[in-house]
Design a protein. Sequence first.
Length: 157
Amino acid sequence: MGMYDYVDILVSCPVCGNTVRNAFQTKDFENVMDHFRPGDNVGTKHRPKFVHTYTTCDHERKITRVEGELILVEVNGLWIEYDIPIVDGIITTDMNLWTRRTEPTSYNALSGLPEDVPRDNIEERAIDRVNRANAKIRRDILITKWEQTHTGKAPIR
C-alpha cells in the first residue's frame, strides 16, 4: 500500500445544487500524507498536469423491499468526475478550467433500522424516512432553480 497524499474538494451538484465533498487519496504527489485543496501548491518533482477526482450526489431513494429489519433501497443520483488542472504546481481554483463529466447512477443499498428505533410498524417507518429524504432533495432542487432564476446566480458548470 505505501504512503499517499489526500486531496479534498467541495463542488456543487449540477442538478440540485447541493454541495458535495470528496476527500480522496492520490499517489500523484510526494506521498507524505499531506492534505491538499484547490489553491494549494503540491510541490511535486514530476509536476502532474491535472488531478482526477470524482464524487456522487444522490437525488432519489425508493424502498424496493422490507424484509424483517432489513430495508432494501434503490438510490438514483449523479456520478460527477473532474479533471482539475495543476498550473505551476498549484491545484487550480478556477472551476471554469475544470473539465467535468457526469453520468446518472442507480444502485441498490441495504439498510437496517438503528438500535433505538421501535420495531413496530417497521415498513411504515422506513417509508416515512425515505419520503422525508426525497422531500428534502426536491426542496433543494426547487430552491436552487429559484435562486438561479431570481438572483442571476449562474449554476456551476
